[in-house]
Ligand binder design. Structure first.
Ligand code: PMP
Length: 283
């Protein structure tokens, strides 16, 4: 039986009921966070808690117990028998249930807090297959830095990617590549690692931040500067990063081979070094 967390309690998931007046349901008035469990520890939980707090602050949503997220996450892993496994924990906080008005309710409302855990395969240090990606116009709002549950453009972009034999959709705003539907994107051009700078147009990915640190520590030059679509023909490597997939190489972009289509030297090095920082992978 799957156990999830709902408003302070650990319950069988199929017993959880959320009000139709929940502002998460009516307005996507909420935020979320995702963290990965590696058979004994979370990777960079501190950064995830910091980002969760920032998302809450940016949408002026109070969840007083936000510091309990790490405890909730471990308890979910334990109660679902996943301690020795790999898994992701998802948490969502919405502004709660109240009669529908655009403005916040006039009286204090308890937020709705929901979290679940999902087992992930332990792929060890194996390099995942390089993926095809679709390049699309970035039609999202201009606060992509908030981890909001309002993800319709990401959902549509990812669906179109799937319909075109691709695993991910990367976005370009005025020709400049921002990020992907659920990952950040990196390129190697002239031996330099390039990615969009932190701004309101991308989510500040925790994997992104760690990959940039590892690259710098490894003597790889990093430029946080958007890549223009017209520069794609000169790239020698490309990869996406996110919490669950870490570093995943890109094979093609809109059908055109990225570099030679194989995981490149820098991509391999960054993935290996990233995984070597996870305690359980040192076994
Ligand atoms: N950008 C977007 C739009 C995302 O949804 C995600 C995944 N949460 C990321 C980037 C990568 O962030 P992280 O490395 O923290 O998972």
């Amino acid at each position: 039986m799957e156990i999830a967390f709902f408003n302070g309690k650990f319950l069988p998931k199929n017993e959880i009921r959320i009000s139709p007046d929940d502002r998460g349901f009516l307005f996507a008035d909420g935020i979320y966070e995702v963290v990965k469990w590696y058979g004994g520890s979370f990777f960079d939980m501190e950064a995830h808690v910091t980002r969760l707090k920032r998302s809450l602050r940016e949408i002026r949503l109070q969840w007083l117990e936000n510091e309990t997220f790490p405890d909730i996450a471990v308890e979910l892993v334990r109660q679902n028998g996943l301690y020795e496994k790999h898994a992701m924990v998802y948490i969502q906080v919405t502004r709660g249930a109240a009669p529908r008005t655009h403005h916040f309710p006039d009286y204090p409302l308890p937020p709705t807090v929901y979290a679940f855990v999902k087992e992930l395969p332990d792929t060890g240090k194996i390099m995942p297959d390089a993926i095809n990606v679709l390049l699309k116009e970035d039609i999202r709002w201009s606060r992509c830095d908030i981890k909001s549950v309002s993800l319709l453009p990401n959902v549509i972009g990812n669906q179109e990617a799937r319909e075109n034999g691709c695993m991910e959709c990367i976005f370009a705003r005025n020709g400049e590549i921002t990020e992907a539907s659920h990952s950040n994107v990196f390129f190697v051009i002239n031996g330099v690692l390039r990615t969009h700078p932190e701004s309101n147009y991308i989510l500040s990915g925790i994997t992104r931040k760690n990959v940039i640190r590892i690259a710098t520590e490894s003597g790889i030059m990093v430029e946080e500067e958007a890549l223009h679509e017209s520069e794609l023909e000169n790239i020698t490597e490309a990869f996406v990063t996110n919490t669950t997939g870490e570093v995943t190489p890109i094979k093609t972009i809109n059908g055109k081979t990225a570099g030679d289509g194989l995981p490149g030297r820098i991509t391999i090095l960054l993935r290996e070094k990233f995984l070597s920082e996870i305690p359980t992978n040192r076994r």
